[in-house]
Design a protein around this ligand. Structure first.
Ligand code: RIB
Length: 280
């Protein structure tokens, strides 16, 4: 306890600790925290604003030196009433809808465009997006980038894009399989890799083969992508680097409270594996 009281601490709030995206993100946070002799406390808000608020208040009353918030449900009120009021340095990540204070982001618009480029180049014209309803802003940018590129390249208006809404989980992906089949898509853009992996199982159970019957592309670049069969084509975000950078910027802010707003946008890239091919 004595040691804990002396250590400098960072509170980390993620939306879903079950998603490997957030394990890699936290691994990055741990690496840099250790280097700078900080101790990270990680909490998963499970997309429940009340729970997030609870963790945040507890962390602050325990004297956290700063907060990394990678959750979508953070509101301006919470920021003002808890963090700002107590002058706690914070950094907003990824899913946050607010453009307040220091931030680390990736280029989701570009990511969506890369998906469209890849599928169009393979010859797909009938594409289904699988995504959650009430998606976070970063996901909406992904979709926007995708659709804008389709429109830009589809002068003849032959492309058909369908959207299926399911929760942002493996189960959500799994449960979208029948609707995907019904949509008659030759390719699916699963808005994250977890959904793609759930969809794999759903399509396989229905007797469909990936990529011969339908191509699947995910988004994130989680480590599982290389271990599923076929290995998943995806848009890779530099996930653990995002965690490292978030920690570096936050510690910089803790040490220099008056510096200007720090906003860094990291690049994304297409990793082509075996789950996408030309339509039959
Ligand atoms: O898989 C988790 C998703 O939530 C990612 O796509 C990431 O960008 C985060 O918003």
């Amino acid at each position: 306890n004595l040691i804990l009281n002396n250590a400098k601490t960072i509170g980390v709030l993620v939306p879903n600790i079950g998603n490997p995206f957030f394990s890699s993100f936290i691994a990055g946070i741990q690496r840099v925290s250790r280097e700078f002799e900080y101790l990270p406390f990680n909490f998963s808000g499970s997309n429940d604003p009340e729970l997030e608020n609870y963790y945040m208040k507890r962390l602050i009353s325990r004297g956290a030196d700063g907060m990394i918030i990678a959750s979508s449900t953070i509101t301006s009120e919470t920021l003002n009433d808890t963090l700002k009021k107590n002058a706690i340095p914070y950094l907003l990540m990824d899913q946050s809808p607010l453009s307040d204070g220091d931030q680390v982001r990736t280029n989701d618009t570009l990511g969506g465009k890369l998906v469209a480029d890849h599928l169009l180049e393979l010859g797909h014209r009938n594409i289904t997006i699988v995504m959650p309803e009430n998606a976070t802003d970063n996901i909406l940018y992904r979709v926007k980038g995708f659709k804008a590129e389709i429109v830009a390249q589809d002068a003849q208006k032959v492309c058909h894009v369908t959207t299926i809404y399911r929760p942002l989980t493996k189960k959500g992906g799994f449960e979208s399989a029948q609707a995907v089949v019904d949509s008659q898509a030759t390719a699916v853009f699963a808005i994250n890799d977890e959904m793609a992996i759930g969809l794999y199982r759903g399509l396989t159970q229905l007797g469909y083969q990936i990529p011969t019957d339908v191509s699947v592309i995910g988004y994130d670049g989680i480590d599982l992508d290389e271990y599923v069969s076929p290995a998943l084509t995806t848009i890779q975000q530099p996930i653990s680097r995002m965690g490292e950078l978030a920690t570096e910027l936050l510690i910089n802010r803790i040490n220099n409270p008056r510096i200007e707003q720090q906003v860094v946008e990291l690049p994304v890239r297409l990793i082509q594996r075996s789950s996408t091919t030309a339509p039959k």
